[in-house]
Design a protein around this ligand. Sequence first.
Ligand SMILES: *Cc1c(COP(=O)(O)O)cnc(C)c1O
Length: 404
Amino acid sequence: MASEMKVERELFDEVMVPCYSPMDMIPVKGEGSRVWDGEGNEYIDFAGGIAVSCLGHCHPAMVEALTEQSQKLWHLSNVMTNEPALRLAKKLTELCFADKVFFANSGAEANEAALKLARRYAADVYGPEKSEIIAFKQGFHGRTFFTVTVGGQEAYSDGFGPKPGNVTHLEYNNVDALREHISDRTCAIMMEPLQGEGGIISPSEEFVQTVRELCDKHNALLIFDEVQTGNGRTGDFYAYQGLGITPDILSTAKSLGGGFPIGAMLTTTELANHLKVGTHGSTYGGNPLACAVAEAVVNIVSDPQTLAGVKEREALFRDGLSKINSKYQIFSEIRGKGLLLGAALNEQWQGKARDVLLAAGEQGLMVLVAGPNVVRFAPSLVISKQDIEQGLDKLDKAIASLVA
Ligand SMILES: *Cc1c(COP(=O)(O)O)cnc(C)c1O
């Protein structure tokens, strides 16, 4: 039995490294898209743990997979392989361009593997001078030192001493800047197929086509960071499948485990062969518990009915948000794709995304922000229509409270 120590928000300030600033309420239980705090207050969850809880909280199929595996085998390390990891890898390769999978524990680690593979491949095949990584401003790729350096936000990467070198940041969606800059010394381009943390920014068709074309021309690898967009989030299983181009390396995490930590780097056999025995690894990567849960998640999310349901729910969100906007004139635009949506605040509301988040919390609704000017929604992919309606009602009340 866990001890019955009383846990309150003040304890966070006492015992936790202060790199987060969590809300006052402490959730203790969740079911579907509903969450309850220790006082019994109920919340509707439009945040999904930042695009993670793709089947809501405590989905029966996930609980079953976890419970079953927890009575069989928890951990081996990569000195041995295990059945859930192999089944999941097989399934993932069937769902996309990739032939090979490397398992990690998070998005940052999946991206770290992707970047190391790209550098290793270029060094093996073309020589050491081909090492430049091109990435994009406002991009986000995780918090390890390599990934934070490749991410396009200095606030996250600076102040930790010398950074990994030869990383260039260009403007997302700027075709001319990319055309001008890329060269045969470019080893890879890393990008999100829809910038999440950077403000819910979709790429133009011309941009993605040009990125692929220029990578081919200069023998550079294209790395798609699908940590936030993958696993059905945009209505395709992977976002690239809706963009008409295919990357060489893809990273996935967040919704892959639906709430259990797991990440993966996917690639072709040709590229994978450059990570030979001993070149990379992870103690927990491919952990049987994580893989068993992810397998249950992927089975449900990859079902065409689930993916079609994402598009239906997107329409409900867009309708509801437009209605709210016609009442209060607060948004300049509703953007994003599938159930990764951003409501951009208009001129009068600049900088107030966090105010909306806090006001929503007061009404019993959990939402996210993406920077200071965008309210972000990344709910469960199977959230009920009733929960969407009730959540939007709460958002309406929250905004009314800010207008008053
Ligand atoms: C969240 C996120 C990451 C980092 O994932 P972690 O699991 O927090 O390491 C990387 N890339 C993108 C696009 C993300 O949204």
